[in-house]
Structure formats: C-alpha cells, structure tokens
Ligand binder design. Structure first.
Ligand SMILES: [Ca+2]
Ligand SMILES: [Ca+2]
Ligand SMILES: [Ca+2]
Ligand SMILES: [Ca+2]
Length: 339
C-alpha cells in the first residue's frame, strides 16, 4: 500500500473497533510486552525495547503511550525469556520489598481498561495498582488495587477514597490462581467524576460485587501503573495493555455513537442477562452486565444525543416498534413493569 493510500485508510478508520456483535472496543493507549524481537512492541534493533534476561528498570524506551521507562530496583525485577505468555520476553519479579511502576503519557480521566497476564510459582505473591502521580513523580493517590495472596486467593480493595492503610475493605473475589499458570486479569475502570469505580475480571469472568468497587485514594485521573512484590516466591507479568473509551460518554449509549436510540434498546434486548467484557448491550456507565439497569439507562436517555452526534428523524416510530417487540418477551415484561 502506498503512503497516500495508508494515509487515506487511517483517515477513514472509525474511532473505535467493534467486536462481531457490535460491542465497542476501546482504543489502545499503551502496551508493554517485555519483548525484544517478537511479540508486542518488538522491533528490529537488538536489546530493544527490552534486554532479554537482564534488568527491567530503565527499559521499554520507544514503546508508545508511556511517559518514560519502568522505574524500580535493578536487581529484583528482570526480563525473562524462559517463561513468557507472548513474544520473547516477560517481566519477572523476585521476592523482595519492591515496587515497579511506569507513567502513562496521558492521564486517564474517563472509562478505560487495563488488561494483562500474570502468573506465579506456588507461594507467589503480587499486587497491582493504578495511581495518580504527583509532579515530583511520587505516587500521590491510588485508584483500583488487586492482590494475589500466597494461599491462592485473589482479592480486591474496595476503597472509600480515604487512602486507607490498615482499615481497608478487602474483598475475596472467590477466584483462585493456579501455580505456574498464566491468568488474564482485567480491570474495567471508570475515572469519570460521577463514577470513580472499577470492575475486576479474572480469566474473563467478572467479580460481581454487591456494591461498586471504589478507589483506594481520591484521584481525579490516573497516569501510572504499579506492582508490589514484597513477599512470597515471585511473580510474572506479560502483555500489559491499557485501552480507553472516549469520554465523556452519553448515559444509556451502548454503541458509543453519541445517541441513544432504538439500536441501543435492541442491543440491550439481544444480550439481556449476559455478563462479560465488551458486551454490545452494556450501556454506559458500563458495568459488564446487561440487565434492567441498562434498560433504565436507555429509557431515561432515549432520544438524547451528545453534541457531536446528528439526530436521526423517525427515531420515535422505530422505538415504538422496538418497545412493542420487547414487551412481547415475557422475561422482559416483568422487568419493564418494575421500571
Ligand atoms: Ca512478552
Ligand atoms: Ca528488538
Ligand atoms: Ca447509541
Ligand atoms: Ca450494564
């Protein structure tokens, strides 16, 4: 493809990718593959962006979306080629009081995703957090926080924006990690001022807590990822990705097209009762499940558009048909009677 064709292709690309069922896939903000010659962010020069089987801090130069390289302790955090999830390298943390962190170029102030693969040997331990760093580069205040305990438990912190230490509310997710096995851990974070919460996923399954998981501290936005490995038998990380949705979103919008209409209603109807990431029927604010709350969100915003969207005529007639359709569904009717 010529440069001109590539430029045209880029210009006509939609802002977001969509899955086969029409769900919104957020745009990539930054990724770290801990690789050299294969996999995420691999490149031609040797020992770039990572040096295999060498120290990790100071590495990762050139990976897009990051403000700088990894910061940590040189002798306890390594890039290994022996145990990888993808590409030719992965991060390995040896047991020691240690924090590894990296700052993003752009602070995230809306809904975004943090996805990664982690594993540990038996008796391993690791924790992950998102934070807002102060101008000095120090961690100012933390957002979401999850932890793998040496006994196999996976826990999350449900903060109260008070930067808790000893009095933190820690919830057992019910998930357990298996030694020497890669697990996918995903956070669905919403830093928007009227949300400030997150959902935790383990191997694609959401932890559906009774109440919203809130931030440990009180960041208005977050620009740093961090790991703590201060006990246990070590920890591995690979394929870290941060993806963001456009913000602000319109309440009730399922497909991110800036309007709430019959398409959103149909998306909710078609996936009613499902849970998971990137569901076409999950209306903003996303909570990774499609239920009566989504129906209410669509109803309450029906006909609204964000400033950038163009309203379409005939929406009401289509909506009436959709409502008639949905009212024929017995399962849905019982929910409709409650809203
Ligand atoms: Ca890798
Ligand atoms: Ca390379
Ligand atoms: Ca929509
Ligand atoms: Ca939902």
């Amino acid at each position: 493809m010529s440069c001109r064709s590539q430029l045209i292709a880029l210009l006509v690309l939609p802002l977001f990718l969509r899955s086969a069922d029409g769900a919104l896939i957020p745009s990539l903000v930054a990724a770290a593959g801990f690789n050299d010659a294969a996999g995420i962010n691999q490149n031609q020069p040797i020992d770039s962006p990572y040096v295999l089987n060498d120290s990790l801090p100071g590495r990762g130069a050139g990976e897009p979306g990051w403000a700088r390289t990894w910061t940590g302790s040189l002798n306890r955090q390594l890039v290994t080629s022996e145990t990888v999830h993808e590409g030719d390298g992965a991060a390995r943390f040896l047991s020691d009081p240690t924090v590894l962190s990296r700052a993003l170029s752009a602070a995230q102030s809306g809904p975004f995703i943090v996805d990664q693969y982690v594993r540990a040997p038996a008796g391993g331990f690791g924790a992950f957090f998102l934070a807002r760093e102060a101008n000095s580069g120090a961690i100012a205040t933390q957002g979401p926080f999850w932890r793998w305990d040496a006994n196999g438990n996976v826990v999350v912190l449900d903060g109260e924006f008070n930067s808790c230490t000893s009095n933190c509310i820690v919830e057992d997710t019910g998930f357990n990690w298996t030694p020497d096995t890669w697990h996918r851990v995903t956070l669905y974070v919403d830093a928007s001022a009227d949300r400030r919460d997150y959902v935790f996923f383990f191997d694609g399954q959401p932890y559906l807590s009774n109440d919203r998981l809130q931030f440990r501290g009180n960041p208005n936005d977050m620009d740093r990822v961090g790991y703590i490995v201060d006990r246990g038998n070590g920890f591995f990380v690979d394929a870290l990705e941060i993806r963001a949705f456009a913000a602000p979103q319109l309440f009730g919008d399922t497909d991110g097209n800036g309007k709430v209409d019959v398409a959103d209603l149909n998306n909710v109807r078609n996936q009613f009762g499902e849970t998971g990431l990137y569901l076409a029927g999950d209306a903003y604010p996303f909570d990774v499940r499609v239920d009566v709350r989504d129906l209410n969100l669509v109803r309450n915003s029906f006909g609204q558009t964000s400033p950038a969207a163009v309203p379409e005529p005939g929406g009401f007639a289509l909506a009436t048909i959709a409502l008639l359709t949905i009212s024929r569904c017995g399962k849905c009717r019982s929910y409709l009677s409650r809203i």
